[in-house]
Structure formats: structure tokens, C-alpha cells
Design a binder for this molecule. Structure first.
Ligand SMILES: CSCCC(=O)C(=O)COP(=O)(O)O
Ligand SMILES: [Mg+2]
Length: 229
């Protein structure tokens, strides 16, 4: 059966890698110290900080930022910091021009949509709520993040399928990163690699490929397990 559910990555798939690395990450890095000084006692911030190891939490967080660690406490704090940036209009979620029309069309045709990113659920919701193409948050019925596990582990995709109450074989996963697609396939999901030349991504040759969301259509017509050419 062709997929009935589409699970999409953000960075490199719906959104330019450059936006994440040159706008979102620097905004959070710049605001971190002041944000902690002002909000460390707030319940959500304090709860997150409890999961940051070490005496010097700021240093630990800065170390994680420097290595782009996909760890839940850092991702949670970045989401909380970006909330302010989106609210003030300093940030707007970048989407490639093909993304919003395709998402709307897929949802209108009955396909069920969700996101899986290392960015926190809050960060994902913000990006789509404040996107350059308008508020798209309502198109999605799930926002899965690192609490489901790492993106290169098959168990994470099995967990998502369970949480979404979907058969793994009914889900098509879209990502630019071949190792994430390998893990999703191992869990039984269908896969499609977004290879956007503008973003400098490279085809792996291991998965069906699309240069944009319009090019995903053949993957939606393909039944699980059918070879691709
Ligand atoms: C919600 S956009 C922010 C993306 C982000 O924080 C990130 O770390 C992207 O990592 P991914 O594993 O989704 O490429
Ligand atoms: Mg990606």
C-alpha cells in the first residue's frame, strides 16, 4: 500500500541548513547568558537546567552548542529562547518555496503529517507557526523530537510509529541525511532523500531521491519494498 502518513525532517528538508546555522543557532548563542540570568528560576527553565550536567551550566551549554550536540536540554532551551525571537519578529521560519504548497496539498488529500527533528517540539511548532509562508502549525498532527530518541537509531522511528498509532509501513520519512533514512528504513518506514542542490546536500544512492517536495510524488505512489531506479 502507498504511504498514508508523511514524517518530515526540518533542517535540510523543509528548511535551509543555512537558516538553522546562520540565524537560529547564533540567535540562541547570543541570547543564552542573558536568558539564563533572567529566567533560570522559571519552572520550565529550572526543570531543563536540572538535566544539564556540571557546576557551570552555561559552560556545558556553550560546549554543546559548539559541537552541535543534539541533546534534549540544549534543544529545549533553544526552543524557549527562539520563542522570544519569533514573537519580536527577529526570526521567521524559513521554508523552501515548494514546501508549503505541497504540505497543504498533501493534508487536503487526506495524508497525515508529522515532523521529526532534533529541534524541540516547541522549536518545531514555532518555525511552522511563524513561517515565511504563514502559519502552518495546524497542518501537522505530531511534532516528534529527541525525546523519541536519536534520528540515526531505528528504535526512534518504531517509537514514533507507536506514538502516532501508525504502522511503520504506512509512513514515508523525508530527510536530507542518509543515515537517518537508513535508520527509518530499518524500522520499516518508506524513505525519500531530499537532495536540494541549493543546500549542498549529496545523494546517497541508497534511497529514492527528490530535489524538492514536488519531486516526492513518486515516493507517495510507491508501495513499500518496491525497488527504486
Ligand atoms: C526546529 S528547527 C531547529 C533545528 C535544530 O535545532 C536542529 O538541531 C536540527 O537538527 P536535525 O537533527 O533535525 O537536523
Ligand atoms: Mg536534516
Amino acid at each position: 500500500m502507498p504511504p498514508t502518513h508523511i514524517l518530515t525532517d526540518i533542517e535540510g528538508t523543509t528548511t535551509a541548513i543555512a537558516f538553522v546555522h546562520r540565524s537560529l543557532f547564533p540567535y540562541a548563542a547570543e541570547a543564552l547568558e542573558d536568558f539564563l540570568a533572567r529566567h533560570a528560576a522559571r519552572a520550565d527553565v529550572a526543570a531543563t537546567l536540572r538535566d544539564v550536567p556540571g557546576e557551570d551550566k552555561l559552560a556545558t551549554l556553550r560546549g554543546w552548542m559548539a559541537e552541535d550536540a543534539k541533546v534534549t536540554p540544549l534543544k529545549a532551551l533553544q526552543g524557549l529562547i527562539w520563542r522570544q525571537g519569533y514573537a519580536e519578529g527577529a526570526l521567521r521560519g524559513h521554508l523552501w518555496p515548494d514546501v508549503a504548497p505541497a504540505l497543504r496539498e498533501w493534508q487536503a488529500s487526506g495524508l497525515r503529517l508529522a515532523v521529526y527533528s532534533s529541534g524541540s517540539e516547541e522549536a518545531q511548532r514555532l518555525l511552522f507557526r511563524h513561517s515565511e509562508a504563514g502559519d502552518l502549525e495546524g497542518l501537522f498532527e505530531g511534532f516528534f523530537d529527541t525525546r523519541m530518541g536519536a534520528k540515526r537509531e531505528a528504535a526512534s522511528y518504531a517509537r514514533i510509529a507507536g506514538a502516532w498509532r501508525a504502522s511503520p509501513g504506512a509512513i514515508l520519512f523525508l530527510s536530507d541525511v542518509a543515515e537517518e533514512l537508513d535508520a527509518a528504513r530499518e524500522a520499516g518506514l518508506s524513505t525519500c532523500q531530499l537532495v536540494r542542490p541549493e543546500d549542498g546536500t549529496r545523494p546517497s544512492g541508497r534511497h529514492p531521491e527528490a530535489a524538492d517536495f514536488i519531486g516526492v510524488t513518486p515516493c507517495l505512489q510507491r508501495s513499500e519494498g518496491v525497488a527504486h531506479g
